[in-house]
Write a protein that binds this ligand. Structure first.
Ligand code: ZN
Length: 558
């Protein structure tokens, strides 16, 4: 079938419509070639906050699932190439093959000043058109995702294909699964839950029973691997000392369970139960199982990346993945794996300071929307009813109040730029006009300018009026709080660079250290399973997974 472009427009229009599963309602524009050698199951794993730096640091210690994946096609310098390196945008690139500028997922949270509700902040995976039973809660949804996922293309090609996603976070599961998703579960509160209006199946209920028992009894601390011993040193972050933790779980501490290796174990266990329940990998079509493992991110935020906590987490992640793959082997499934991350991360500034990075700092309170609103409002004599400026923190997108005049807005932009540009912590300030006019970058993502990086985080109707990027080493978190001491989200490579690992039984492995992108994953997987999609569906390119002269990107019949 000849690829044709209008299908994309149709799909996107359909996705924007109110129908809950619009992709399936459209005529199928995709065709699968007869791929006799295609894996029967694709397992797409995102390890939240698993930077290339962590991969390199712990690689020699992996003996389980991560060691297995390093025997496949290894791309140690994968790029979440956009600037706003947060969880929701990162997950949105992995199985859509599109940058956030096209997935529409520009951040975890953006602002929609036209919303009728008091709260103008929009969470990336909420359906704000639905009134939640609890006004402080939200209805989880993939509605904001503007392009189809690989699983949706697979289902459109062959409705027998199953598209299933499991995660420690709703946004992890929904951004990898998309709209037309057969089964989807994520952690909420004290166990796994699913979409509003759906019943949890017996597998999820069984998994939650086990979790409830662990929560009731608590669980002992993890042993410290010998190679973690050098990290066993306390560092002060705000009011608490961290760096020596071992994740002992007190009874009824659901938060302690979540911020520990136990969350990934439970997520993988649920994924396995779904493989068995749904017969994944044994159906008529290739199935897709997306698994987003959130614990590394929770551990990184709570304890940073260079203490015993992350060292134990990496060790346990490797072990849990090893058991997961062994269980898939035991089922005799021919499966292909890709493992990557939604973004990278770095350590907390307090420890970076002690470890040869004196430039590490927390962003100044003066860069928050509250402080800038006050300062600019007073200077220009502007005092709108709501905040003059809104943002999620001291960096990223800033939204200017809409009740002021166009002339006043121009004055705010000029004053904002003057103040932010003069700030020693600020690397760049861009207006929405500049970003809209910027050309899409080409070539290696490691050498793109900051404007080019920000260009792929820009969506005209969702982005702010101004975007602030902080200097390398400055984290957008003015204060450390218990459970939240470090963060990611910057345009710097410690937050953008992630490993991309492909593996299948009997595959001849190789390592390609040159930069590739996470938007390359979907086209690579599509070719692997012999799926063709309309031209223009992907921003990325297919990576040839064949180590020899053959080319896994050359799909038969094309
Ligand atoms: Zn994340």
């Amino acid at each position: 079938m000849k690829p044709h472009r209008p299908a994309i427009a149709l799909l996107v229009a359909a996705l924007l419509s109110a129908s809950p599963h619009p992709v399936l309602a459209e005529p199928a524009p995709v065709a699968a070639t007869s791929a006799a050698k295609a894996p029967r199951l694709i397992v797409a794993i995102a390890v939240d906050q698993f930077s290339s730096d962590l991969f390199a640091q712990y690689r020699s210690h992996f003996t389980g699932g991560l060691a297995r994946l390093t025997q496949g096609a290894v791309f140690p310098a994968g790029y979440q190439s956009h600037a706003a390196t947060e969880t929701c945008p990162g997950h949105s690139t992995i199985l859509t093959g599109a940058h956030p500028s096209r997935t529409g997922i520009i951040a975890n949270t953006w602002f929609d000043l036209s919303l009728q509700r008091d709260k103008k902040a929009v969470y990336c995976a909420e359906d704000e058109t639905t009134t939640a039973a609890d006004p402080n809660d939200y209805v989880a949804s993939a509605n904001h995702l503007l392009v189809p996922t690989l699983g949706e293309w697979m289902k459109q090609s062959d409705p027998a294909a199953r598209n299933i996603a499991v995660s420690g976070k709703d946004r992890g599961a929904l951004m990898m699964g998309g709209h037309a998703i057969d089964q989807v579960y994520w952690w909420k509160g004290k166990g796994f839950t699913t979409l509003e209006g759906r019943q949890s199946g017996p597998t999820a209920i069984a998994e939650n029973v086990g979790i409830t028992a662990t929560l009731a009894s608590g669980s002992p601390e993890y042993a410290l691997p010998v190679w973690c011993a050098g990290k066993d040193r306390a560092v002060q972050a705000g009011s608490q000392a961290i760096g020596t933790g071992r994740f002992a779980l007190k009874p009824n501490d659901a938060n302690g369970f979540r911020v520990s290796p136990r969350l990934d174990r439970a997520t993988l266990d649920l994924a396995l139960r779904l493989v068995a329940e749904q017969g994944l990998g044994n159906g008529k079509a290739t199935d897709l199982l997306a698994v987003s493992l959130s614990a590394s991110d929770y551990v990184g935020h709570a304890y940073g990346t260079e203490g015993t906590e992350m060292c134990i987490q990496m060790t346990q992640l490797d072990a849990a993945l090893g058991d997961f793959f062994a269980a898939l082997d035991a089922r005799g499934i021919d499966y292909g794996v890709v493992l990557t991350a939604d973004h990278g991360g770095s350590d907390l500034p307090e420890r970076l300071h002690e470890q040869a990075l004196p430039a590490a700092a927390r962003a100044s309170q003066g860069l928050t929307a509250e402080a800038l609103s006050k300062r600019i409002g007073e200077k220009l004599g502007l005092h709108p009813k709501g905040p003059l400026l809104r943002s999620e923190g001291p960096a990223g997108d800033f939204y200017i109040d809409r009740t002021i005049s166009a002339k006043q807005k121009r004055a705010v932009v000029a004053e904002f730029r003057r103040i932010a540009s003069a700030d020693p912590q600020v690397a760049a300030v861009f207006s929405s006009e500049e970003l809209a006019a910027a050309k899409a970058p080409a070539g290696s993502p490691e050498i793109w300018s900051l404007l080019e990086r920000a260009r792929y985080s820009f969506h005209a109707s969702r982005s702010g009026d101004l975007v602030v990027l902080l200097k390398r080493g400055v984290i957008a978190m003015p204060e450390a709080h218990p459970g939240y001491v470090a963060t990611h989200g910057s345009p710097w490579d410690y937050d953008r660079r992630v490993p991309i690992l492909f593996w299948r039984k009997d595959m001849v492995g190789f390592e390609q250290p040159n930069p590739v992108e996470t938007v390359d994953i979907a086209p690579t997987l599509a070719a692997w399973i012999g799926l063709t999609v309309p031209a223009g569906a992907f921003d990325g390119r297919c990576l040839d997974l064949d180590a020899g002269p053959a080319d896994s990107c050359k799909v038969a019949g094309q």
